[in-house]
Design a protein around this ligand. Structure first.
Ligand code: ASP
Length: 435
């Protein structure tokens, strides 16, 4: 069976078992035990298998991508195109979110007793995130921190923007030294990249089981009653994500990459499923790179450059979610946000989406910051925390799909072909012809 089908079966089985367990025995100690000692640890092991290769993968693929460009003017051109595309697509996403939330106005009708109860139930969690914002902040220092003082420390801490900065600099420097000397380093990095690919394949063999375990852990403990209470808000976010994913990206892929959208989405099924179940762009990155190369034919050089940048900086789903959530909470608290304030929300959503870490709930601390900037109480985040995991899973799918749309766009705009290499397909997906 093809890999994406196996992951899909894992997802469905995990969800079905989780929802049934939730309905029959939700909240009991047995369920807590199963999650704490069986499914969650197993899911975490799968996640760690993916995350542990992200740093070497990002470093090797970015450096090689840049070194492969040869001249710096090409790097500048590809870099500028990539950034511009990220910016426009994220702006579009935030715009879709804002239009929907202004039209549907899900916050107007939320009964005040539900609001109070949610604020009370999740205030501890909200406070943790607020403290984190206080510690890390977001401002000029965020910009300074992109330049690492110690690249090894950045790598050890998984500080993606700093790793990316160092890798770009390293790649640029590599193009400037004597060819004789750079050859050794380049073949070392190529070897490193090949090793990460083998580890990814190994991790993806675990994927169907890991995904089932992760989904079981979420669904067996999920407060489904909350979904009904916050139904309109959840529906607004999901509608926005669906519109951007299937209409917005389809048009972009068709217009800019001259690619059939159905072929595009069919090819990236394994990526979407991995993103959905891990809620992490970073953990999905190895799969994103592998699938883009093997199923869509994105050249290694472009994939290695655009996708690591995208996993960290291009978060369409997150920007859309942030825009909707800020306006929703403003509506709940009866705060009027005029056009000027809404423009600030859009800009802040785009900026914080760039700064958010590609991990589950990575955007929550920064979202609090956007709330505070426009005068909505940060504690208000408590109202949506109970449903955030579900929204996180969905917005991460859009985040990674947007990255791949950027990769196919850049490939085409560089006049390169999107050709799938022969039989070399992601392990397990070999049976599936790439269209
Ligand atoms: N989980 C998201 C991602 O990894 C980030 C977020 O929106 O919280 O892409």
């Amino acid at each position: 069976m093809a890999l994406h089908n196996r992951i899909f079966v894992g997802l469905m089985l995990g969800a079905a078992a989780g929802v049934t367990t939730n309905l029959l025995a939700g909240g009991t100690r047995t369920v807590e035990w199963i999650v704490s000692y069986i499914t969650d640890p197993f899911g975490q092991i799968f996640l760690r298998m993916l995350i542990m290769i992200v740093v070497p993968l990002v470093f090797a693929s970015l450096t090689l991508g840049i070194a492969g460009f040869g001249d710096l003017s090409r790097l500048g051109r590809v870099g500028a195109k990539t950034m511009l595309y990220f910016l426009l697509v994220t702006l579009l996403a935030a715009g879709i979110g804002l239009t929907l939330v202004n039209t549907i106005r899900p916050g107007d009708g939320l009964p005040s007793e539900i609001k109070e109860r949610l604020l009370l139930t999740y205030q501890g969690q909200a406070q943790d995130s607020i403290t984190r914002v206080g510690q890390t902040g977001f401002g000029i220092q965020t910009l300074v921190n992109i330049v690492p003082r110690n690249p090894l420390k950045a790598a050890a801490e998984g500080d993606m923007l700093a790793i990316i900065f160092f890798a770009i600099l390293f790649g640029v420097a590599l193009t400037r030294i004597d060819k004789e000397r750079s050859r050794t380093l380049i073949s070392f990095l190529e070897g490193l990249l090949d090793v990460t690919v083998v580890i990814i394949d190994l991790a993806m063999k675990l994927a169907p089981f890991g995904v089932a375990a992760l989904i079981f852990s979420v669904t067996s403990r999920f407060g489904f009653d909350l979904l009904a209470k916050l139904g309109l808000y959840v529906a607004t976010v999901l509608a926005g994500l669906l519109i951007h994913q299937f209409i917005g990206l389809s048009l972009l892929v068709k217009i800019f990459a001259k690619l059939n959208p159905i072929h595009f989405f069919r090819s990236i099924r394994a990526v979407m499923l991995t993103a959905f179940s891990t809620s992490s762009s970073s953990a999905t990155l190895p799969t994103t790179i592998r699938v883009s190369e093997q199923e869509l034919g994105v050249p290694r050089q472009i994939a290695g450059f655009v996708l690591p940048l995208g996993a960290t900086m291009n978060m369409n789903g997150t920007a859309l979610f942030e825009g909707v959530t800020v306006l929703f909470l403003a509506q709940v608290f009866g705060i009027q946000l005029g056009l000027g304030a809404q423009a600030i929300v859009v800009v802040m959503s785009v900026l914080t989406a760039v700064g958010a870490a590609g991990v589950p709930g990575g955007s929550i601390p920064l979202l609090i910051l956007v709330l505070q900037t426009v005068g909505v109480p940060g504690e208000g985040i408590a109202i949506i925390l109970g449903v955030d995991r579900l929204l996180d899973m969905c917005r991460t799918v859009l985040n990674v799909s947007g990255d791949i749309s950027a990769a196919v766009f850049v490939t085409r705009s560089e006049g390169l072909p999107l050709e799938v290499p022969g039989a070399l397909v992601l392990t397990g997906a070999a049976a599936e012809p790439a269209n």
